[in-house]
Write a protein that binds this ligand. Structure first.
Ligand code: FAD
Length: 485
């Protein structure tokens, strides 16, 4: 009656109920606990997992090995290809190691849930533990017992339930005396990921993530509301890479808030309110994924989304991906993503609106490109953010609200310091031209044939790919397909 912990997007030993329960189970049966991690690169490419995120995961699996060895648990890395390979492997493993119970965290995504159901139907003793959210998906419902479709009532109900509970992270599960450090297999991903992307610019480890959380809560959280929209200022926590792969749990974050701001769940004026709200958005999107499996399958939340006539111009898409749209704020953001694997939230909204509304390119193209680059790639938040921006989502931005990239630029990067960091070509331009690039293009007499090859070749930096008021009008017409009736 040994037990095994199957680590997934929960690469930590603190506040890990599945690990704690696996240890309790083994102690009860006077048996052993082991741990496994499956490397499934074919599946990951199908899910568009970014190479940088895989590198980040691999570093954390290495650190997890050390943490587990220190509490007497041996971790094995298993190189497979896709989810379908897991069943025969686990069947053989369970038989050979006399496994009475497999413990793992529930995941909200459709394929992952299907995989788990198949394993359970095949008779594997898989026990799924709810630890992915602070409040389990399905536990925050409206009066008719349904998932909310609007964020504000969801968040109110969420806070009410959370306030009635004790939100206390579990300590480190302890099992036995330390064991010698197991030698882990390296991740074998080359066939599907021929180009590795290093995540070294992101510090790794649970201790590091917990330290960042502590620093943020102790100092920056009070200024979050004021600074969070300015990409040149380090005003947000930058914890998303750790939350996405579970080096840190959402419960640890909420508990840290409550430790410093005990009334944060009930006091609307709490300095922690805005940041707490973002964590609730995270839960909202995860709960939606479970309530509406179609979201995992690239379908619009609003079914009228299928009638939108996207333009899907491939050249324009490439210009957007490469940060060559001629709008410095959009391009700086895309280059931040390409160079660091992360993008500031305000800019995610700006570039997503630009792609789906100014260029009328299907949100799924942007969702996929983001996922392929992001170190914090996460189906629920990414899909939620893209569908919010496109206007197709649950409680989304209305289709007729089209961000003006010029206003966004002057408002949120007023001195253009963020833009200049990533788009050095415009560093010598006046602020007016940086924020309103069509004026620069006009000055260079390029506006007349904005879309001609000559215009593109003459400039060090491209003229705007599309004119704002024209694009806005076109977007409102085309996205009017989302209107009911
Ligand atoms: P903070 O502002 O410090 O917020 C704290 C945490 O709350 C974040 O780490 C994140 O876990 C959560 N959070 C914050 N905002 C949101 C939100 N709008 N939705 C869901 N959770 C949120 N976030 C991802 O983690 N992965 C993604 O793949 C992702 N894709 C996005 C795509 C688009 C088009 C948009 C508009 C947003 C996306 N987000 C995504 C949400 C948000 O941009 C990031 O979570 C945030 O920028 C991460 O930075 P931070 O850790 O400093 O956030």
């Amino acid at each position: 009656n040994n037990s095994v912990v199957w680590f997934r997007q929960d690469l930590r030993i603190h506040d890990h109920p599945a690990l704690t329960q696996a240890c309790d189970y083994a102690l009860e049966h006077n048996a052993n606990v082991t741990a496994i991690y499956f490397v499934t690169p074919k599946q990951w490419t199908q899910h568009d997992v970014a190479a940088i995120q895989i590198d980040f995961i691999e570093r954390h699996v290495g650190l997890l090995n050390q943490s587990l060895a220190a509490i007497g648990i041996e971790l094995t890395v298993v190189n497979l290809s896709c989810f379908g390979d897991i069943l025969p492997w686990l069947q053989a493993y369970c038989a050979e190691h006399h496994i009475g119970q497999i413990f793992a965290a529930n995941e909200p995504e459709f394929n992952e849930r299907q995989r788990d159901q198949k394993l359970i139907s095949a008779g594997l003793p898989l026990r799924l533990i709810e630890q992915d959210c602070v409040l389990a998906a399905g536990s925050v419902n409206n009066l008719s017992g349904q998932m909310y479709k609007v964020f504000t009532p969801f968040s109110k109900a969420w806070k009410k339930i959370a306030a009635s509970q004790s939100i206390m992270p579990l300590g480190i599960a302890t099992f036995r005396q330390p064991i010698p450090l197991p030698v882990l297999c390296q991740f074998k991903c080359d066939e599907f990921y021929p180009h590795r992307v290093s995540s070294e610019q992101w510090a790794a480890g649970e201790d590091c993530a917990r330290k960042l959380l502590k620093q943020f809560i102790e100092s920056d959280i009070t200024d979050y509301q004021q600074y969070r929209d300015f990409p040149a200022i380090a005003g947000t926590s930058k914890l998303s890479p750790y939350l996405a792969i579970g080096v840190l749990s959402a419960r640890q974050c909420v508990a840290a808030i409550l430790f410093h701001y005990p009334d944060a769940l009930v006091n609307e004026a709490s300095p922690a309110k805005t940041w707490l709200n973002e964590l609730i958005w995270r839960e909202f999107y995860r709960h939606l994924l479970v309530a509406f499996p179609k979201l995992s399958r690239s379908q619009s939340f609003n079914e009228l989304g299928q009638y939108i006539q996207w333009r899907n111009d491939n050249d324009e898409f490439q210009a957007w991906c490469q940060g060559l749209t001629g709008y410095p704020i959009v391009d700086a953001a895309m280059r931040q993503l390409n160079q660091t694997g992360w993008m500031h939230n305000r800019l995610r909204m700006v570039v997503a609106s630009f792609l789906t509304k100014h260029l009328l390119i299907d949100w799924r193209w942007g969702e996929q490109y983001f996922r392929q680059q992001l170190i914090d790639g996460d189906l629920a938040a990414n899909n939620g953010g893209w569908q919010w921006s496109a206007g197709t989502g649950c409680d989304a931005q209305p289709y007729f609200r089209v961000f003006n990239p010029m206003t966004q630029s002057s408002k949120f990067d007023p001195d253009a310091s963020f833009i200049k960091q990533f788009v050095p070509e415009v560093a010598g331009w006046s602020l007016k031209h940086i924020h309103e690039p069509h004026l620069k293009a006009q000055q260079g007499n390029l506006m007349a044939d904005l879309f001609s090859e000559r215009a593109k070749l003459q400039a060090d930096y491209p003229a705007p790919i599309v004119e704002h008021s024209f694009a806005r009008k076109r977007a409102i017409e085309v996205l009017g397909a989302l209107k009911r009736g």
